[in-house]
Design a protein around this ligand. Structure first.
Ligand code: ZN
Length: 353
């Protein structure tokens, strides 16, 4: 009798210890509350493959997180532009070419940054493009056309993104700077100055952001440098989480020029940034990453080998309707082929945490 009570006590103790250990590992797991949404503008599968040939790499770190393909068409056209595609990725709604953050009937759509802000999160956009470019605009503004620069700037200055870093186009600067001044933004043109700005609303105009691999540029500020700063800014004294959109714009721009080497340099700059982000995210358990493209640009074919990389691999003179790759870190999905509006749904899941 005594012996069986001892055994029972022993079992009970083991159970208590086991459940305590389980709770330490499982119950303390913090929810995924940070979203890093990375857009390789114009990046089709072969942009990645050709860059890998040049880099002589069989597999990039991000490829460990390959999740499937994304369908990119706009509401009114099989081949999208960046404005309609960014709107789909940022709001989950298909719209017409040229439209920024509005549906085909002109109604304003809630974007992922606005949703994040309503959840108390901090928000940022870092791009190698001008801030009024179609992709950053689709994530931060509402306008009838991507060319309505002043409307886009006013929308961003009164919008829900705390930190905006990119180049300023001549239209953006400087007559429109007043909209940011009037809405409490600190403004800077230098990375050193940026690093001294730790909080509040900030708009950065960094003109020499470029790939460090570009042999024709001196003193280039790589995208990674700006993202390092953004992650510090976003996590300082912040328990609610953040949403960061990062865009590598020049994969698209150099593909439009049908300049494969410059496209590859731009891709390598984005890939360095992603390696940094993956390393950063791996040291914590609260961050999800979505990496995709808004569309494919200029029908790029894959070279046979490194020596065969040439501008003639481009087979179209504009974007195409080819599907683009999707990579997901800390987000799971069973769907291997999805619409760009479904990518938004994955983003929304994280923002809701
Ligand atoms: Zn684009």
């Amino acid at each position: 009798m005594k012996k069986s009570i001892k055994v029972l006590c022993c079992l009970l103790a083991i159970c208590m210890v086991a459940s305590f250990v389980f709770c330490l590992t499982a119950c303390n797991k913090s929810p995924v509350k940070n979203l890093i949404y990375i857009i390789g503008d114009g990046m089709g599968f072969n942009h990645v493959e050709n860059a890998k040939l040049y880099m002589e790499k069989d597999k990039l770190a991000i490829e460990n997180y390959y999740a499937g393909e994304v369908i990119t068409h706009a509401a009114d056209n099989e081949v999208t532009d960046s404005a309609a595609a960014a709107t789909a990725l940022a709001t989950g709604v298909k719209t017409n070419i040229d439209f920024v953050g509005i549906n085909p009937n002109g109604k304003k759509l809630t974007n992922i940054m606005e949703l994040s802000k309503s959840r108390g999160k901090r928000t940022a956009i870092v791009t190698t493009d001008t801030l009024d470019g179609a992709t950053p605009a689709g994530f931060s503004a509402h306008a009838e056309s991507r060319d309505d620069t002043t409307d886009i700037i006013k929308s961003q200055a009164t919008g829900k993104v705390d930190l905006l870093i990119g180049k300023w186009s001549s239209a953006y600067a400087y007559s429109n700077k007043k909209y940011f001044d009037n809405n409490g933004f600190a403004y800077t043109e230098s990375v050193d100055e940026l690093k001294n700005l730790q909080s509040g609303k900030i708009v950065g105009n960094i003109q020499n952001v470029d790939s460090a691999y570009n042999p024709y540029t001196e003193d280039a500020v790589p995208l990674k440098t700006l993202v390092e700063y953004a992650l510090d800014y976003l996590t300082k004294d912040n328990k609610k989480g953040f949403t960061l959109m990062v865009e590598g714009a020049y994969i698209d721009k150099h593909s439009h020029e049908q300049d494969i080497m410059q496209m590859i340099y731009a891709f390598m700059d984005l890939n360095d940034t992603i390696d940094y982000i993956l390393d950063w995210a791996s040291k914590r358990d609260d961050t999800a990453i979505i990496f995709t493209a808004d569309h494919e640009t200029c029908g790029l074919q894959k070279a046979e080998n490194k020596d065969a990389l040439s501008d003639s691999l481009y087979t179209a003179d504009y974007h195409t309707s080819a599907n683009v790759p999707l990579y997901l870190y800390n987000i799971t999905t069973d769907v291997a082929l999805m619409d760009n509006t479904d990518v938004y749904k994955l983003a929304k899941q994280v923002v809701r945490n």
